[in-house]
Design a protein around this ligand. Structure first.
Ligand SMILES: [Zn+2]
Length: 322
């Protein structure tokens, strides 16, 4: 549940749907990639299949199976790999299956990913199931933009809008979703992913961030205490690896941002970063963080890697007075 807390409006809407104990037959979850549609669909499935009094409890066999995606009464459908459309054959399959009674629960949940990728014929086929649904069937449609769905479909669904969380909200969600990751890496992943929780988890889960985190730490030290040639030497390893550089730069930015924050709050606490924090003024640390952020922006816009690294190093050295 907690992953959706950032999205209070959507959480409230889901809770009110589940409160009466009777979910609508068709729910539309609309929002851009990374807005938590899959998580919301999972919560709906838990409301439907939880066997506890207080739904969804997250602990009963029903909830656990939904979370592991092994509940026999929750079916996922989407655009097959290598295809661009949600095939009408799949819709027909869903319609037939919906008339078969549930296995374990009291209802069957059909989660239709990329529902906007259904052509008109497929949507019309689906419409029949939504208009006269078998009593135990619940349909959850996921789409990025409702304008791609037929008005007849839209008039029969309960729609919930989801928004991409802010970087701050994403970092908060990662506290719960990835408690083992160091805070610095969680914040960098949230920033690197632009708030997209799924992408941020990917960033945290891949091996790259660890190497990137080590390099970012070393770079910060060198940029503040060392000389620019040492810094450029580390960055030269990224000349042909723009993607890894995009993992590194948000970490570098985050490290300086944290230094600025620590300086602002003036804690006397020790720790690895103390030397760096004491050396920089709040403004210097902010300028350095901005230089790293600008470099990341340039890296995304395909500016030459050696060029953007050289510019960043010059800016940071100028900011920190070295
Ligand atoms: Zn439960």
């Amino acid at each position: 549940m907690s992953g959706l807390l950032y999205n209070r409006k959507a959480s409230a809407a889901l809770a009110s749907l589940g409160a009466g104990g009777r979910l609508p037959h068709a729910i539309l979850l609309e929002g851009p990639a990374g807005s938590g549609k899959h998580l919301a669909a999972e919560i709906i499935a838990r409301y439907a299949l939880c066997t506890a009094q207080e739904k969804p409890c997250g602990q009963c066999a029903g909830c656990v199976k939904v979370g592991k995606r092994v509940h026999p009464d929750v079916r996922y459908y989407g655009v097959p790999e290598g295809k661009k459309e949600f095939p009408i054959d799949l819709v027909r399959e869903i319609r037939q299956d919906a008339y078969i009674a549930p296995n374990e629960g009291t209802c069957k949940i059909y989660i239709l990913e990329q529902a906007h990728a259904m052509n008109a014929a497929a949507q019309n086929a689906l419409l029949k199931s939504i208009e006269e649904p078998p009593p135990h069937a619940r349909f959850v449609l996921l789409c990025e933009n409702r304008s791609m769905l037929l008005p007849t479909i839209l008039s029969r669904v309960t729609a919930i809008e989801l928004e991409v969380p802010s970087v701050e909200q994403c970092a908060q969600a990662l506290e719960t979703l990835a408690p083992d990751a160091p805070e610095e890496e969680r914040r960098a992943a949230a920033a690197g992913a632009g708030g997209n929780i799924g992408r941020a988890l990917e960033l945290l889960g891949s091996a790259k961030p660890s190497k990137a985190a080590a390099d970012a730490r070393q770079l910060r030290e060198i940029l503040v205490f060392g000389d620019r040639y040492q810094a450029l030497k580390i960055l030269a390893a990224y000349d042909k690896d723009r993607q890894s550089l995009l993992d590194l730069l948000p970490l570098l930015e985050e490290g300086f941002a944290q230094a600025a924050l620590a300086r602002y709050r003036r804690p006397a606490a020790g720790g690895q970063e103390e030397r760096l924090t004491n050396r920089l003024t709040c403004e210097q640390a902010i300028c350095a963080a901005e230089a790293a952020a600008q470099a990341a922006e340039q890296a995304r816009r395909n500016v030459s890697v050696p060029l953007l690294c050289a510019c960043m190093v010059e800016r940071i050295k100028a900011a920190v007075g070295g």
